[in-house]
Ligand binder design. Structure first.
Ligand SMILES: NC(=O)c1ccc[n+]([C@@H]2O[C@H](COP(=O)([O-])OP(=O)(O)OC[C@H]3O[C@@H](n4cnc5c(N)ncnc54)[C@H](O)[C@@H]3O)[C@@H](O)[C@H]2O)c1
Ligand SMILES: O=C(O)C[C@H](O)C(=O)O
Length: 344
């Protein structure tokens, strides 16, 4: 239909091209995203980067870590993908890594060992994420910031404070990733109902630790027709999914592959929003006024500027309302921990 020169000219213009233009499907995709993964040589960073290499909407994938990142980038640079991949290592290169990015995913930081709580990671990981977010504030103030690093419940409010101090905070563009909780809920419910997890729709709200993770089973589609005990055991399994993986890995890390899958799903939704497409609804932990916790995960849809709509709380039954009260208290404490870190 087009000569090679015309096609490449069109592809070069895709950032301004209407995604509804009646051209081939391939040409409808917005291309040219610049994405950085911070912590790219780690257990999540590596498989996430591999998944991102398959996304032809990405023009440039920047991999940053404090170690081993050159080898990871070299390995990925042999994949037959048009995505350009670059390695950047150490604190000196963090600003270069995030400069002018559309999306920055932060997976840098310690993972739990058996017996640890996520909160025990806070001091070390807050320092690491604080460095990355300061660099984003300076070099990429318009970027979507996607935080995977734990404890998400405190790290995201901490990141918001860092951005506020740099006058670059936009609550529509800062996300704590809770997709793994949704992915787990879909999988466990799918197994129970003997259907594909892709058929399960379940809002998981709150935060990303223990009882702050609230799968709203009363709103599950298809409906969960099961006894109370059975529903309680699925909720518990979602809330303790992280511990289940840590035990199974016997001290050699926490969830990495399922997390990479989840972060990839979240980034895909962000790309759709940035491209002006109608996005699927995906919860994330964001600044919020829907409860008394000023950060809270609820179902969101996305647009070119980040969050387009916060769909708020789903309908809750009595036991879910009670569980939410507990979660809100716990979240308020975790949020304060994050805010105080920056004040210090
Ligand atoms: N949100 C979630 O649902 C979820 C799920 C799983 C894991 N996590 C969290 O994600 C984080 C990463 O987990 P992982 O299994 O990949 O850990 P990992 O130890 O395998 O990888 C972390 C990487 O971060 C790098 N790093 C450390 N300091 C850095 C810095 N200052 N700049 C750049 N890179 C730096 C390390 O070198 C390492 O390569 C942990 O905090 C973990 O708890 C969150
Ligand atoms: O449990 C962890 O420490 C990692 C992650 O938050 C998870 O839910 O798997």
């Amino acid at each position: 239909m087009f000569g090679a020169k015309t096609t490449s000219l069109l592809l070069g213009k895709m950032n301004v091209f209407s995604c509804f233009h009646p051209m081939t499907r391939q040409l409808q995709l917005r291309r040219g995203f610049r994405v950085a993964v911070i912590g790219a040589a780690g257990g999540i960073g590596q498989p996430l980067s591999l998944l991102l290499m398959k996304d032809q909407r990405i023009k440039e994938l920047r991999l940053h870590d404090v170690q081993n990142v050159k080898g990871v980038a070299a390995d990925l640079s042999h994949v037959s993908s048009p995505v350009s991949v670059q390695a950047m290592q150490g604190p000196d290169q963090i600003e270069k890594a995030v400069e002018c990015c559309d999306v920055v995913v932060i997976t840098a930081g310690l993972a739990r060992k058996p017996g640890m709580t996520r909160e025990q990671l806070f001091e070390v990981n807050a320092t690491i994420v604080c460095g990355a977010v300061s660099a984003i504030a300076k070099k990429s103030p318009e970027a979507m910031i996607v935080i995977v690093t734990n404890p998400v419940n405190s790290i995201v409010p901490m990141a918001a404070e860092v951005l506020k101090r740099n006058n670059t905070y936009d609550p529509k563009r800062l996300f704590g990733v809770t997709t793994l909780d949704c992915v787990r809920a879909e999988r466990f419910i799918g197994e129970f109902l003997n259907i594909s997890p892709t058929m399960v729709k379940i809002p998981v709200i709150g935060g990303h630790a223990g009882t702050t993770i609230l799968p709203i089973m009363s709103q599950c589609k298809p409906p969960m027709k099961a006894g109370r005990e059975c529903i309680a055991s699925i909720i518990k399994r979602v809330q303790t999914g992280g511990e289940e993986i840590i035990q199974a890995k016997e001290g050699k890390g926490s969830a990495t592959l399922s997390m990479a899958f989840s972060a990839n799903r979240f980034v895909d939704v962000l790309f759709r929003g940035l491209s002006g497409e109608k996005t699927p609804i995906e919860p994330a932990y964001v600044e919020s006024s829907v409860t008394d916790a000023c950060f809270f995960a609820t179902p969101l849809s996305f647009g070119p500027k980040g969050i387009a709509t916060n769909h708020g709380l789903p309908r809750l039954d009595k036991s879910e309302e009670d569980a939410m009260k507990v979660a809100v208290k716990e979240l308020q404490r975790s949020i304060q921990l994050g805010v105080d870190f920056v004040k210090k």
